[in-house]
Design a protein around this ligand. Sequence first.
Ligand code: NAG
Ligand code: NAG
Ligand code: NAG
Ligand code: NAG
Ligand code: NAG
Length: 469
Amino acid sequence: MTRPRFSRKPALVRLLSVAALFSIILIAIQSSFFTGSRAPVNLDIPILSHFQSNLQQCVANRGLGLTAHIIDHCSVILKFPQGTNSTWYNEQFKIFEPLEYKYDVCEAILLWEQYRNMTTVLTREYLDSRPDGWFDYAAKRIAQLGADKCYNQTLCEEHLNLTLPAKPPFHPRQFRRCAVVGNSGDLLKTQFGEEIDSHDAVIRDNEAPVNERYAKHVGLKRDFRLVVRGAAGNMIKILNGSDDEVLIIKSVIHRDFNAMIKKIRNPVYLFQGIVLRRGAKGTGMKSIELALSMCDIVDIYGFTVDPGYTEWTRYFSTPRKGHNPLQGRAYYQLLECLGVIRIHSPMRAKRKQDWSDVPSREMINNAHRAALHLKEKQAGQEGGLGRFVNCKVWGKSGPYGTGPVSGSTDMTDTRKESNYNRWEIMPFESLREEARKHYMQMEGVSLYKMDGNKLDDLVCVKHPLKSEA
Ligand SMILES: *[C@@H]1O[C@H](CO)[C@@H](O)[C@H](O)[C@H]1NC(C)=O
Ligand SMILES: *[C@@H]1O[C@H](CO)[C@@H](O)[C@H](O)[C@H]1NC(C)=O
Ligand SMILES: *[C@@H]1O[C@H](CO)[C@@H](O)[C@H](O)[C@H]1NC(C)=O
Ligand SMILES: *[C@@H]1O[C@H](CO)[C@@H](O)[C@H](O)[C@H]1NC(C)=O
Ligand SMILES: *[C@@H]1O[C@H](CO)[C@@H](O)[C@H](O)[C@H]1NC(C)=O
């Protein structure tokens, strides 16, 4: 196998692509001039095509053998090299997993850029705003309720109250750089510990241990941990008195969880977001969604993204059977070249600080605008309604930073000392400037995804600004 060749001339590539875009614009302007058309020139497709060629170059430079094949201004196919060994055999369909994957880049930009403005934690205001939020939706988040609806809301509140803040505890743009740390055995081949700890927030997964033994590989900083029910039993041991690490339950609340929560001080919330089955499967995507909803830059460590995997390893235990690795690997590469994540792994360690071939924020914003415009045109709703166009349901809540704070009067003595205040009544002035700006631009509106598979439907909850209160 030949080693992937990394471009050493990113500046030149960028210069050429800027020149290419410029000449496209020039041609477009000229042609409209000659046809005498007064309508504004439609640059959506040239902008997206330009973005696609940048994506292609990025995949060629960073994909460790993956290549991108452009179909049109939105579609692209990511291919593994011929001869890549597909180790995952699908018994049901009697096939090996394919070596190529098709993506709609326009849709992917719209989806992932939207996460930057989303609230991804379940709140009381969400359940109150959504029609049948308590009756229908809350019931789906409780295991062992014994019913598929909340026929008795008090009972449902009893299950959920320990994990349900009144308003969003976290905000878009709250942190600049976040590290999302997966559990791959790959982490033992590198010493990313210090680098991981240098982030503004670190997001970990399930039972990942954090201690001196693994410190040089995975760091010691602990801020957020996404957990599933299966991890509840071990959580007290894993947390080992780290009281401020916020737990975010990925799936459903359960009696086991509630029993455990009473014995720890950590703030605990439930994840809120659609059940995503696009692109890569697995737990990594939820961590990335959570990270994007709070952080400008998302660095990922310990995800199985490099070629050459034959088994699904974890840094702290024996291998488990995992899921289709090639599909996920291609999707992570797409996300990196869409500017959503930055991948760190043994095979990429040498060039970790060179991001010149990943599209710039400005370029992503242009591509996002073009993709949105195209979509609106296709739906016959050009002009839209600005940033609240997808708000299908509106709700109202109290002003920023006002109570009540999570918890209830009948909490255990341990639980009473939980540090919920740190997040829930943080003064507006101590939020990062970018987060404050965003909050004002959004007029104090929090956006939540509706559950289900419709990409665009949002629940929007308005918090009065100080001047309106
Ligand atoms: C794929 O597997 C075969 C048989 O196990 C091996 O001979 C070959 O070298 C592998 N190819 C690559 C690219 O790893
Ligand atoms: C609803 O649930 C609460 C708490 O478990 C219980 O005390 C109450 O009796 C229930 N109400 C009805 C009508 O079943
Ligand atoms: C749940 O918490 C809310 C807000 O603190 C409170 O009003 C409600 O009475 C609680 N419900 C139960 C069943 O404890
Ligand atoms: C738990 O934390 C204590 C103090 O921080 C440390 O000394 C101990 O080694 C930790 N135990 C484990 C199992 O990590
Ligand atoms: C996200 O928020 C910014 C303001 O910070 C706004 O300009 C932009 O239109 C929003 N994008 C989406 C997709 O909601």
